[in-house]
Ligand binder design. Sequence first.
Ligand code: G3P
Ligand code: CA
Length: 257
Amino acid sequence: MLEFDAARRGKTLVLGHRGADGYAPENTMVSFEKGLECGADLLELDIHLSADGEIVVMHDADVSRTTDGSGSIERKTLAEIKKLDAGAKFGEKFRGERVPTLRELLDWSRDKIPLVIEIKGDPFPAVGIEEKLVAMLRDYGLVGESMAISFHHSSLVKIKKLEPALATGILCFGEFVDFVGAARAALADSVRPGWQYWSAEAVQAVSDAGLVPSTWNADDETVMGRMVPMGIASIGSNYPDRLRAYVDKAGKGMHSH
Ligand code: G3P
Ligand code: CA
């Protein structure tokens, strides 16, 4: 997984948040294509299980904010989910965009860009989502290139027990007393609090422990200016082109010197 190398070298990877959420309807194929076009190194996305057991790509547990439907995504079949319009609420020109399955996204991304896959739930991850995710990444031969992240740390414990080679990262919108200890408790490889909760000392402690420091979202120069010099291994952005330009100018990109 690219993030390990970035962490060792004090470099920063650009992680397109929900694709390129600032430019296109989040978690749709057009958003992932835009993220790649913006120069992201990795793409972040959110997953749930449909009622009939397919892994579908959506942030919220309820479809009403981002689509023309309503109700819990986990209570809809894939056929019902596929009828939803996931583009028009963002902009008329995106009308007709559909909610992708993870399989559709992997078919497109596999030769292009690695994925950081966030396990969501309603409110907890659906039973069996971890097994399905591991099986799918094995099918595609992408276990070593991908990462599973979550606010649900016990879900990451399950993943690590199922497939130790799949990198995992703990999310938290808040402070860790012990960044390294929190990751160890979840058997995780990466520590990912919101950007407000990082300090230079914490980045150092996490990197020294061989773990990957990451965060989200850096959309403006204030946040970029605080996060990029610390050597955070990956940073999410809704405008990945802005972060790409900043990281490269600062000489922190994986290919800059
Ligand atoms: O990459 C982590 C970040 O996406 C977590 O927050 O609400 O955007 O899924 P959220
Ligand atoms: Ca997310």
